[in-house]
Design a protein around this ligand. Structure first.
Ligand code: SAM
Length: 269
């Protein structure tokens, strides 16, 4: 599978992260809190706010074991571990992001609560029925075999466990603005409609407790908070190339209803 997110030939991701932290006035030799890193490591629509809201909807408790699929730099995993005290396993396809996540786990002192391993969402390296919650944010848009993805999620969930997610879905019209954060060309973007997503999940024994389209809410809020990042400010641009253009195209795609932003909590049988 081609990796659309990381190409770090010149400077590796650890160097980028450490430089980005120092440029933003943070001292990596002192313990950092997950919230201090939030602009850097919540690589999904709505950032930290969206993660906090999903955490509340998913009703995750301290005794829960959580799997974060496609965890990126692990920002949400650390938020969950820090805010709730639960144990979080991260699976991430990119070796660069795994290294970045491990670094940030160390800098926040959360290595014991958050583990990171390289792996695929389509072959999760876990036994059946071992998680209370599976968590996934902005990952499925590059995955073609959605049935296999959801079968894997259902397989690792305990009976009564929850799948909590936010995901891009197909809108009413085809995509026309590229590059997007997840796709350079139309072929890279594998989106299904909200209805198809619900059917695919139901086919794996996952039933909706919450399933909502948050596109309009997100657009209203992001317009209200549209402050451009200042030089030296911590952000995704530390490791995402051409971020402003990609984010602008994602916003236009959402405004034109070419994509929809969904979130949900589905329960396993
Ligand atoms: C937009 S980033 C989101 C990262 C993280 N979930 C977050 O919200 O901060 C998408 C992530 O999914 C990972 N990914 C994509 N396909 C994957 C797969 N099949 N298995 C595991 N990870 C995958 C990418 O490497 C990338 O880190």
């Amino acid at each position: 599978m081609k990796n659309l997110h990381t190409q770090y030939s010149a400077r590796d991701i650890e160097t980028r992260i450490l430089e980005g932290l120092r440029a933003a006035g943070l001292d990596p030799s002192h313990r950092l809190s997950p919230e201090q890193l939030a602009a850097l490591d919540h690589f999904h629509t709505g950032g930290l706010r969206a993660s906090r809201e999903l955490l509340e909807l998913a009703r995750i408790g301290p005794g829960d074991r959580v799997l974060d699929i496609g965890a990126g730099l692990g920002g949400s995993a650390r938020l969950l571990a820090y805010a709730v005290g639960c144990q979080v396993d991260c699976v991430e396809m990119s070796v660069d992001y795994c290294r970045g996540a491990a670094l940030l786990n160390r800098l926040t002192g959360l290595e014991a609560n958050v583990t990171v391993q390289r792996g695929s969402a389509l072959a999760l390296p876990f036994t059946d029925a071992c998680f209370d919650v599976v968590w996934m944010q902005n990952v499925g848009m590059n995955i073609t075999d959605k049935s296999k993805l959801y079968a894997e999620i259902a397989r690792v969930l305990k009976p009564g466990g929850r799948y909590a997610f936010q995901e891009m879905a197909a809108g009413a019209t085809p995509l026309s603005y590229f590059p997007l954060p997840w796709a350079t060309t139309p072929e890279d973007s594998i989106l299904v409609s909200a209805e198809a997503m619900c059917e695919l999940l139901s086919a794996q024994g996952l039933s909706p407790e919450i399933f909502e389209d948050t596109s309009e809410k997100h657009l209203r809020r992001s317009l209200a908070n549209a402050t451009p990042a200042a030089a030296g400010q911590l952000g995704l641009a530390v490791y995402v190339e051409d971020l402003a253009r990609k984010a602008g195209n994602a916003r236009r795609s959402l405004e034109d209803a070419q994509i929809r932003l969904l979130r949900g909590v589905f329960r396993s049988e």
